[in-house]
Ligand binder design. Sequence first.
Ligand code: SF4
Ligand code: SF4
Length: 456
Amino acid sequence: MTATGNIDVKHPLELDKPRLSVKKPETRHDRQGEVPESERIGQAMRHFVRDFGRTAALYMESCVHCGNCADACHFYVATGNPKYTPIWKIEPFKQAYKREYGPFAFFYRLLNLKAKVTVDQLQEWQELIYDSCTVCGRCSLACPAAIDIASLVSLARHGMAEAGLVPHELWAVAERAEREGSPLGATPKVFKDRLEWLADDYDIEIPLDKPQADVVCTMSSIEIMKYPQSIVATAKVMNHLGLDWTFRSDGYEATNFGLLSGKAKWQRDMSMRLIDATIAAGAKLLVLPECGHAYGALRWQGANAYGKPLPFRVQHISEFLAEHVAGGRLKLKRSGKSVTYHDPCQIARRGGATQAARDVLKALGVELHEMDPSGDTNWCCGGGGGVVTIHRADPLRYKVFQLKMQQVEQSLADAPVTSCSNCRQTFDDGQAHFHWDKTMHSLLEMVADNLEGASK
Ligand code: SF4
Ligand code: SF4
């Protein structure tokens, strides 16, 4: 960071790696439902305006057009395309504000100084609000006027979701999560079967549906379906600590595609499943898995869904591990590996738990090679905010991922580690696409593999 608090970034022209060519995404605008255009635009505008609030209104008036946010955004930096300037991404939002809500709204309408936002415009903006924003908050950190652009993008997604203008893959997984309890088909039955299979295969106790427990653990659908070894790692750590813990089939899935799609009701429903299950178990602690947005949804927005402070603590798994390391209860074998840590945006920059993973890595005795920049100013992997689900965004995402590859290479570490399964999936996909020799590792799994006094 500079003395003024702005972020120093390298422009792509300074990158010394050869850049791969990326196909231009096809133009595609997705819509949900068959409603008249006027109704669709009305829904979007009502939600844009309703969600403004005093803080958002102040944000909208404060932009000094300095351009700092552009240099902080990986989508702009990787492409140089001005349409990816963060503040530009919320232009229809701004237009709606000026026309419908701002101090001179009456005159804007009377003199038609700000035109009405059209459905065609919103369709074009779909790419900017969803495909090219991971809600990583790097622009928010760089803005001298303290405009939280990432939050404004999230609010803009509310209007888009209500108008039925969400990219179809993201809509499909969010709708499935609302209907079945999981975006990837990890229904309670699938989850139960997986736990039984893993308990059998790894000869480990994995409690499910204990009526009462001190700790309720959760997983992300990506872990359940793609990285089931994370379930085993969770059980190993909890059992090793001798805790009274359980998974609950009425609240185990921590991903929140309601949040990512912008469908506020679904976001609340998904959060309430975890909240109700934790209360039903009488637990004092809800442990969230290696999933960045799950942390944001519950740790920072859970009380809003519940309507009052949550009657239990919420921790990301890296915070949980760090707390037990600090308390001397979790002793780890020193691994000596050479690693670099990829900070998940929603846990570090947006979540504030930047140090926890480093404390755990220190206890693991690894040789930590920090990326430049790292911690709160770390570059996003490019797959957050639901972007990894949107296939038409793949070429753009791969372009952005090269920033990450460059950072990892320049760290000179043997392997990257993270604490978010969504980042891990984005890295795995990028690794396959670029035939890269670096495989992403899970912090939790490293811990589970190095428990002092435990047999492997
Ligand atoms: S939140 Fe991240 S991805 Fe979105 S505009 Fe800001 S810097 Fe870019
Ligand atoms: S950094 Fe802030 S003030 Fe500067 S252009 Fe972006 S939003 Fe406006």
